[in-house]
Ligand binder design. Sequence first.
Ligand SMILES: [Zn+2]
Ligand SMILES: [Zn+2]
Length: 367
Amino acid sequence: MVRHRRFSTITSFRAMLANTVPSDVYHSCAYYENPDYDMDKKGWIGSDLVFDIDADHIPTSCNKIHDEFRCVKCGFCGRGITPEACPCCEATKFETKIWACDLCIQSARDETAKLLDMLENDFGFSQNEMHTFFSGHRGYHVHIEDETIRSLDAMARKEIVDYVTGLGLELLDREAQKKKGRRRDGGAKKFTLHNFGWNKRLKRGMQDFLLNTTQEDIKSVGLRNKALLENKDTIIKRAIQEGRWESIKGVSVATWLKLAEHIRENQSSKIDTVVTTDIHRLIRMNGTLHGKTGLKKIEFPTKNLQDFDPFIEAVAFKKGEVKVFVSDAPEFRLGGETLGPYKNQTITLPAAAAVMLICKRRAEVAK
Ligand SMILES: [Zn+2]
Ligand SMILES: [Zn+2]
């Protein structure tokens, strides 16, 4: 890792890239008086606000069955999500081979959509202020480069992270809780939701849940409440729209709390929290290649999130073919073609596909 570099022209920066050909290029999110000095002498001026959404941190519907891990110490290997510690020897270092499938990308896209919705509607950033990127692997980055956020310290950024992830959300009326014990009804069990931010999001989520719910869904939330399935319209009108939460027979405050908790989990955005709170963070540079895929980190208009296809638009090598020996690769989609699966075979592939498999250590250039 070569760090603490400073360039005053784009030409000198490009010359360095051409000379050293690094596999990955990052820049700091921070602004420094002296970017090339040691960390403690740089003189921090401020930082952009950055969010990283990566399928690594999201429970995906593919459950990452395409990922493999191997314990460096004892050789124990398996498929799926890499464990925290090896079940055989308890070591925590693994060699991994990970993949990015359409389900991984869609999960990351869904989490990014929730984040963008909060940044726009709750924090008031315009779509032009939010720069949205495909990360080059299996996720998205959102950068806000506005002056208003530049001087926020790590604590302030943690507050933003907590909001986005729904951490510490109070669902019971605080005033009522304070009066607990002083009132005959216990006071504490007052459930209310107001009409903005997270509360509004919970109401909307609860309404959608009730409209589409089945017995199975209710069970999966940990409820055994049949009343929620009957008279949906009345429940939505009286409880959610009019705020008369206690007026539905058979639906207690505990039920509403459980349902709200389910919606909170569902509507929170699964960002990598460490990235956003770190005011010295390095982040992949826009327009450079990801060393694990050969795909570009690339910006696209925020409003195009759903339509932007990274497996087409982030492809860097659009011409040529390469003959490779592929040890193992699942079926995949790249540059508008569907390729694979391959197992121990020599094959001529489009350059982008060959580069991707080589980067993922699943192929070698064949002689
Ligand atoms: Zn082990
Ligand atoms: Zn996947």
